[in-house]
Design a protein around this ligand. Structure first.
Ligand code: AMP
Ligand code: MG
Length: 430
């Protein structure tokens, strides 16, 4: 951050749009939250069939070489390279066949070859494999054009993993490749961390569940469904405490239950300035909760602390604020809680295809759509109205555009950081 302050739109300003100071930078809020969270205790062994999305609890080392033996990378003929040293053709006698899972147990002698399939053990004596497309068969004789170098088309034992080598580190989230690797080293049940249990509820007298008819002044409760889906995508255990009316006893009871039964507790609504005081009161009575104003847009009000045995996150009420604060501040904490080592969001750089409106004061997380520019570089556009209640523009987005706190309006063509929603391999969910 710049050390001087200016009054220009893009200047370094430690204030929000009303000029108020004292907002907590997003990175600082994330740092403080992560500092307060340690991985859950307890682990279990789960069959590989149920391991996708789980977090490995221990370091795993290879108990043997992978692959366990030298083997052929091609369908062809295993031979001694010394038999085919020069440019000319060599004529070798085919003495046996070796298939994957059915090794040839004899030895390949001088002037001999063994028909071999991909993955079959390289027979003793042989040190190279020639592709079948490169040879000619004349009865029992294979005619091989030279020269052939030793090691050609041979996969060496231990080429993937040496016996004793680290395979996967504790804290790795298991996806298809990691699960395959565990299988390759003979692990049938993955030692994984216990899944954290995360409770959540919505507050607000104006809220009604989808499926019920809205009365005047009411809206449907979106947040609980947003939060549940976010938690399911993370693979944590969920505990839905429902829709809680704006009544002190009801809120206190739900908070108490979450604090008893969960490792983390998330609420939406009721933490903004001007909210009925009972939420704040209940939080103060039941646990140690701080009320933060984070330099994040959408978002800003956030309650964080502990209730009972649960880490508590009081998120704002607007659905887009819920998603953004969850992704920036809660998800890293839940990933750490789940035992994961890498918890920070991934970012890529893209050029804005359109000018972006922004006021200095808070880091802005705008909803964006990524595309490819004609020169091959990534570009991004905003999805339209960016109000924190406009969930439709979030639903159209495939990324968040991260605009630093001090920036003002962003001209078209500016390079910006972007957090894509999806990678190549989707998560496993719950
Ligand atoms: P609050 O922080 O409780 O004042 O809520 C801020 C805004 O978010 C208000 O417009 C609420 O109606 C809205 N809101 C709160 N909770 C939800 C919810 N669960 N689903 C959709 N909108 C909500
Ligand atoms: Mg409310």
């Amino acid at each position: 951050m710049s050390s001087h302050e200016t009054d220009t739109a893009a200047g370094a300003c430690g204030c929000d749009e009303t000029g108020a100071r004292g907002l907590l930078p997003v990175e600082e809020a994330r740092r403080r939250i992560l500092e307060a969270v340690t991985p859950v205790e307890g682990r279990e062994a789960v069959p590989l069939a149920a391991a996708c999305g789980r977090v490995l609890a221990v370091d795993v080392a290879a108990p043997f070489d992978v692959p366990p033996h030298d083997n052929s990378a091609m369908d062809g003929y295993a031979l001694r390279a010394a038999d085919v040293p020069g440019e000319g053709e060599a004529r070798l006698r085919v003495v046996a066949s070796a298939y994957a899972g059915h090794p040839f147990t004899g030895e390949v002698g001088p002037g001999e070859a063994v028909r071999i399939m991909t993955g079959a053990v390289l027979p003793a004596g042989a040190d190279a494999v020639v592709m079948q497309e490169h040879v000619r068969l004349e009865g029992e004789t294979v005619v091989v054009p030279g020269p052939v170098r030793a090691g050609t088309n041979v996969r060496r034992a231990g080429e993937d993993l040496r016996a004793g080598a680290p395979v996967l580190a504790a804290g790795t989230r298991l996806g298809p490749a990691q699960i395959g690797l565990l299988a390759a080293v003979g692990v049938a049940e993955a030692p994984v961390a216990r899944r954290p249990r995360v409770a959540f509820f919505s507050t607000g007298d104006e809220l009604r569940p989808p499926g019920e008819t809205l009365r005047p002044g009411e809206i449907h409760d979106s947040n609980r469904h947003v939060i549940r889906a976010l938690l399911q995508a993370l693979g944590v255990e969920t505990l839905d405490l429902g829709l809680v009316p704006d009544r002190p006893e009801a809120v206190a009871a739900a908070l108490r239950r979450g604090g008893e039964e969960a490792d983390a507790l998330l609420t939406s609504g009721g933490v903004s300035v001007g909210e009925a005081d009972y939420v704040t009161d209940a939080l103060r009575q039941l646990g140690e909760v701080g009320f933060w104003r984070v330099a994040i847009k959408p978002g800003k009000p956030l309650a964080f602390g502990r209730i009972g045995r649960a880490h508590f996150f009081g998120l704002p009420g607007n659905p887009v604020s819920v998603m953004v604060t969850f992704l920036q501040l809660v998800q890293p904490a839940l990933r750490r809680l789940a035992g994961e080592r890498r918890v920070e969001p991934m970012t890529v750089r893209a050029r804005t295809r359109v000018p972006l409106r922004k006021r200095p004061g808070r880091a802005d997380f705008q909803r964006g759509i990524l595309s490819r520019a004609p020169d091959g570089t990534l570009e991004v556009a905003a999805t339209g109205p960016q109000g924190s209640h406009v969930l439709s523009s979030m639903a159209r987005a495939d990324c968040l555009i991260v605009l630093p706190r001090d920036w003002g309006d962003v001209p078209e063509g500016t390079w910006v950081e972007v957090q894509p929603f999806h990678g190549l391999i989707p998560g496993c969910g719950a």
